[in-house]
Design a protein around this ligand. Sequence first.
Ligand SMILES: Cc1cc2nc3c(=O)[nH]c(=O)nc-3n(C[C@H](O)[C@H](O)[C@H](O)COP(=O)(O)OP(=O)(O)OC[C@H]3O[C@@H](n4cnc5c(N)ncnc54)[C@H](O)[C@@H]3O)c2cc1C
Length: 400
Amino acid sequence: MPAEAEHIHPPAPTRSAYDLVVIGAGVIGLSCAWRAAQAGLSVLVFERDAPGAGATGVAAGMLAPITEADFGEEALLELNLRGRGLWGGFAAELEELTGMASGYADGGALVVAADRDDREELHRLHDFQRRLGLDATWLTTRECRALEPGLAPRVGGAILAPQDGQVNPRAVVRALTAALRSAGGELICAAEVTSLETAGGRVTGVRADGDRSAAASAVLVAAGAWSNGGGLASGCGAPALRPVKGQLLELRVRRGHLPPAERLIRTPRCYIVTRGGSGEGAAGHRVVIGATMEEQGFDTSVTAEGVFGLLEAAREVLPEVGELELLSARAGLRPSTPDNAPAIGRGGPDGLLWATGHHRNGVLLAPLTARLIVDLLRGGPTPPELHAFDPDRFDSLRVV
Ligand SMILES: Cc1cc2nc3c(=O)[nH]c(=O)nc-3n(C[C@H](O)[C@H](O)[C@H](O)COP(=O)(O)OP(=O)(O)OC[C@H]3O[C@@H](n4cnc5c(N)ncnc54)[C@H](O)[C@@H]3O)c2cc1C
């Protein structure tokens, strides 16, 4: 059925009961659903809009645990490094199974200093990275301009993190959707889950709009920033979440021009991701500039201030950005917990699991989250690395 027709007449579940129902077809829900279907479970995903309609469809796709590392977030860094380690194999398997691209590339990242203040900040960050034993090298202006000739002469040095990489999240969503279906999983779009069904202290299924329901032995809430909204939260001990808005620009390299940089370029104010051309030479390259961090509730408007700030921050280190064709400006909502780390695991009634709150790293953490969720679905104990990310850790803050 064409996607538009599916939107008007979403199909009904083909079974009356599933091993697993997943709420939300972002990168987290789709990755978990695919891996669960591969593990032999009967799986149904309900998505209220279209796959990737939430934060995933806006995300830049950086796989950047090293340049995202922040003071006081060592447990999250450990998780992010493990997540990064899985991406090469995950992307290769996805591409081989579906014949579709994921945009996976492991060209590394450069965090550049545009002025003296940036330099001091980046030296502190580099010391921190070195103390943690991370693969990060300080480069002089000359060294970083030798790697990326498009960098402005004013750039005052940079941190090179060769292990950071990237994917194209929208391409990943398309491939995951195909992989899920070929593994026997079902996906119903334009179907919002309105409540969880429970009996005798366990979850028994979900109810979706249009009077559809599905019984399930386990339900996974992967509804991004909406995971503690409405009927998903009531009585089920949802983790505390808030939406953190991010605005992001997409630009195109003009025919006959080279992209302004090959690697992922970051500054303390923005990042610039170049996505490969699709057989059209340099003219097929897209450049993504992100992203703002705003606490505005569920607002996804694009503002002049947001667009101006991102373009200005990118152009100060890569002047060629001014020559690119501006294609779009969008905003998405990161699902964020009080400590900005994810909530992954069991919580609430028996049979209910959560995979949400991935904040700035949901794309990076998707393969690892899926692996950990499938381990839990198989009945295993909570893996030690998940203790710091227990959905119940915000007991006093959760919505009930
Ligand atoms: C501007 C920006 C840039 C980012 N860049 C990066 C990056 O470079 N690298 C990185 O790792 N991460 C990045 N992120 C973060 C990343 O996008 C998120 O962490 C990740 O996409 C979260 O995925 P998710 O599947 O949990 O949520 P979402 O992608 O938001 O998906 C949730 C889905 O659930 C659906 N849904 C909600 N409620 C219901 C319901 N009741 N019933 C059915 N369906 C429902 C929604 O429609 C949505 O499709 C970025 C985010 C933003 C906004």
